[in-house]
Design a protein around this ligand. Structure first.
Ligand SMILES: [Zn+2]
Length: 451
């Protein structure tokens, strides 16, 4: 018995257990899981005594604007942020230029990413009112992870679907045994509150947050759950921002409706009032809500109501945000967040709010199951050696120099977290260590969903 690499001395965490083990890696895959006192021959031994070993993070919600506005983010910088943040697979949203609505535009994107990244990646396709005719081919003749739609105008580049298209789309999704990612907010309610803000001449930061009330999300989630129920379609709700919507999704699941909830760090680390301090640098959609909602979200996070955590990493130039300091409506929607994604969750483990098993389920295992990513999400023999070593005792303030994304700003700068990823292995290769990249770009591999 011999392995290429042996990771020794660590404590392995799975979705439901924690145990000491040595892990052998051969040809990029996990080849051995050994008792802590058993060592085999290996070309390289990595001693991680005192640290935890978790399945690599899977972030199913990143916007890299590549091809397109690569000055905001590109595939290379985005996947570098993943590498240092302990994310070994990301799933790219389809809203760049061109938007992925058919096989041609999917090919444009896929060609663009070859040999340019640090971590593995899958891709979401998209559907708008004009592209329903192309959706069957897009799903059946490719390995895309899901088909994304908007129930409201959210991205300036991509149209949203009315109820008729949502219904038709969900019927098609059910027929193909596919998955739809649904940005659920009520478009008319947003437009109503936007008009109120504009009529009142408001340009302050809070006026934006007030234009997207919590009930607009809850209503849209409820409507889509009902459509999912009558069509039988599987739906993932990304970036859920309200405790009430999490409860609706949980109730639906208990009824046997195939729905899942993703949420993001911004809803657990910030509240609406923070807009007064950060303004455009916290402008995204759905918005943050009140302190009380945040507390309830934390409670539901610990209880398993959140299936997956994504970053919704969607950066812009600092200048794009700065020009909106006196008029929030001039700011584009989106913030970065990949580098701290595991850290804020690990910090919550240290403060007793979550367990490490919880974190593994929400950052890796559940994604691998929901999105059918072969070889991902578990530390098991035969799986890809996507492994993250975390130091639960490392306490560090996040600063500009920790940012590997293209634009060097983040609302998390100055936040202190205890518990950080310190080594990231993608298919057995150490891609990042202690916040530094260890290889050149080009290691990334496209992951097609399992069929
Ligand atoms: Zn998004």
């Amino acid at each position: 018995m011999k392995a290429d690499k042996l990771i020794i001395g660590g404590t392995v965490v799975s979705k439901d257990s924690t145990y000491k083990a040595n892990i052998g890696i051969t040809d990029g895959k996990i080849s051995h899981i050994l008792a802590p006192d058993v060592k085999i021959d290996a070309d390289e031994v990595v001693d991680v005594a005192g640290k935890y070993v978790i399945p690599g993070g899977i972030d199913a919600h990143v916007h890299f604007e590549d091809p397109g506005h690569t000055e905001r983010e590109d595939f290379t910088h985005g996947t570098a942020a993943c590498a240092v943040g302990g994310i070994t697979t990301c799933i790219l949203m389809p809203i760049h230029d061109p938007i992925i609505l058919n096989l041609d535009t999917l090919k444009t994107s896929m060609d663009c990413y070859v040999n340019r990244g640090y971590v593995d990646y899958a891709i979401h396709g998209g559907l708008d009112a004009s592209s329903l005719k192309d959706t069957r081919d897009l799903w059946e003749k490719s390995g895309i992870a899901t088909v994304k739609v908007f129930m409201c105008q959210s991205s300036p580049n991509m149209g949203f679907v009315d109820d008729a298209t949502l219904y038709e789309g969900l019927k098609l999704i059910a027929d193909m045994n596919a998955i739809m990612t649904v940005h659920a907010e009520n478009d008319s309610i947003i437009k109503l509150f936007e008009k109120k803000a504009h009529d009142a001449g408001r340009t302050d930061a809070m006026s934006y947050n007030e234009s997207r009330p919590a009930f607009g999300e809850v209503e849209a989630v409820r409507r889509c759950i009902y459509f999912a129920k009558i069509t039988g379609a599987t739906v993932v709700f990304p970036h859920i921002s309200t405790a009430d919507a999490l409860i609706e999704i949980h109730k639906a699941k208990e009824e046997g409706i195939k729905v899942y909830a993703e949420s993001c760090g911004q809803y657990f680390n910030f509240v609406a009032d923070d807009m007064k301090k950060y303004g455009p640098f916290l402008k995204f959609a759905p918005v943050m809500h009140e302190e009380d909602n945040k507390e309830r979200m934390w409670d539901l996070l610990a209880k398993g109501y959140v299936d997956t955590i994504g970053s919704d990493h969607s950066p812009y130039l600092k200048e794009d945000k700065e020009k909106a300091i006196d008029d929030i409506w001039k700011s584009p929607n989106g913030i970065p967040g990949i580098e701290v994604e595991l850290a804020w969750l690990l910090d919550a483990v240290n403060s007793g709010k979550l367990t490490l098993e919880n974190v593994v389920r929400m950052t890796s295992y559940n994604q691998s199951q929901i999105y059918h990513l072969p070889g991902k999400g578990q530390i098991q023999v035969g799986y890809d050696a996507d492994i993250v070593v975390v130091d639960m005792n490392l306490e560090k303030e996040f600063s500009e120099k920790d940012i590997k994304a293209k634009n060097k700003w983040s609302p998390y700068i100055g936040r202190k977290f205890k518990g950080w990823p310190v080594m990231t292995f993608v298919r057995g290769t150490l891609v990042a260590k202690d916040g530094n990249l260890m290889i050149n770009e080009g290691h990334s591999k496209y992951i097609s969903r399992a069929k």
